[in-house]
Ligand binder design. Structure first.
Ligand code: TXA
Ligand code: MG
Length: 340
């Protein structure tokens, strides 16, 4: 199959392919997604097959507007408040599912369904062109870093899907915040993203749980997204996450050099500059203070090292403030070791 690259002017052609049951990747403000019409079970099954996605990991349905009452069992009051504040945008909301609306494989037997309205004009145009919501898992082979450019999608899926809508590099770079609104204990962040716990608490005026938190009342651990239990975001090499001063970097580099390892450095400009006397393969995440840029560049960096003969990647740790929480969540999941 030839995978066609669509420009903004060709959105309707891409929409038509979707309506014929084919898969088309599309840009969002976070990462590229792999679309199939959310009511077409055969097409949705093909999404799992092409990605190599575990069959117990539900998909996010992408909508073009906030008129969602038709797609879910009920829309709780907080959902209206959150949609007003953050849609279109990187916030996925989980609702109780209404039977018979989406293909069964979208929710893989769960009683809930997740919806998100992406903040990317091409994504919204594409969904409008099809006339029905589309599923949109990240458009990468399962286990590999998410794609933040059309070239990344082509790398994983060229010849395997009908097309890719090219919207250039994505803005945010890490996947949306996934918020469960169906738990009686209150809203729970199942996956951190650009919309932070602090922002959600401020908007809702109530406590928001984070997956992994322990409730003091019941001593139970709050759930995470099913997708978070799988190895993710992993390039082929091991990653050591370095959270320390320049002396710490030098210690790690010395010990790896003695072992004869070829080292890749995924770090801020300042760190790369400080270590410039050592010969390493570098990929910059931008200025240290700019966590947004680091998030935007993270997956491109991991994919870059996949194409090199680097044997181990040293990655820079960032403060867990703002989008730093999401960035560090992905880095910690990708890392095999922390230093010190
Ligand atoms: O930013 C994003 O969300 C991107 C772009 C393309 O929109 N999409 C994305 O999809 O990251 P995916 O499939 O790679 O990740 C979806 C995550 C998984 O961890 C999955 O387990 C969780 O959302 N999820 C989806 N539906 C769920 C549900 N009903 N209950 C709990 N978790 C759900
Ligand atoms: Mg994914």
């Amino acid at each position: 199959m030839e995978t066609k690259l669509f420009s903004a002017a060709e959105i309707h052609e891409a929409g038509q392919l979707l309506n014929e049951g084919h898969l088309v990747a599309f840009p969002t403000e976070t990462v590229y997604g792999l679309a199939a019409i959310a009511s077409n079970d055969e097409a949705v099954q093909e999404v799992y097959r092409v990605k190599g996605r575990p069959s117990d990991n539900p998909l996010i349905v992408h909508v073009a507007n906030k008129d969602i009452a038709q797609f879910v069992k009920e829309v709780p009051e907080e959902a209206y408040v959150l949609m007003d504040a953050y849609w279109p945008g990187p916030l996925t909301l989980i609702f109780n599912a209404k039977e018979g609306v989406f293909a069964p494989t979208v929710t893989v037997g769960r009683s809930t369904v997740s919806l998100r309205m992406p903040d990317q004009p091409l994504a919204l145009e594409l969904i409008e062109a099809t006339g029905f919501p589309v599923v949109g898992p990240s458009a990468n082979t399962s286990g590999k870093p998410s794609p933040t450019s059309a070239a990344h999608v082509m790398h994983d899926f060229s010849g395997k899907i009908a097309g890719v809508v090219d919207g250039g590099a994505t803005n945010i770079g890490v996947e949306s915040t996934v918020l469960d609104l169906t738990d009686e204990r209150g809203p729970i962040i199942l996956r951190p993203g650009a919309i932070t716990k602090e922002m959600l608490e401020e908007t809702l005026g109530q406590k928001v749980w984070q997956g992994g938190d322990i409730s003091e009342e019941t001593n139970e651990e709050m759930p995470k997204a099913p997708g978070m239990k799988y190895t993710h975001y992993a390039p082929k090499q091991p990653i050591i996450l370095v959270n320390g001063k320049i002396e710490d970097w030098v210690t790690v580099i010395d010990s790896l050099t003695i072992q004869g390892k070829k080292i890749g450095l995924l770090a801020a400009d300042e760190t790369i500059e400080d270590l410039s006397s050592v010969k390493l393969t570098n990929f910059t995440l931008g200025k240290k203070e700019n966590i947004e840029e680091a998030s935007q560049r993270l997956y491109a960096g991991l994919r870059y090292f996949d194409e090199t003969d680097v044997e181990v990647i040293l990655a820079e740790a960032y403060p867990k403030t703002g989008i730093g929480t999401a960035l560090m969540n992905r880095l910690e999941k990708a890392a095999t070791l922390m230093y010190p």
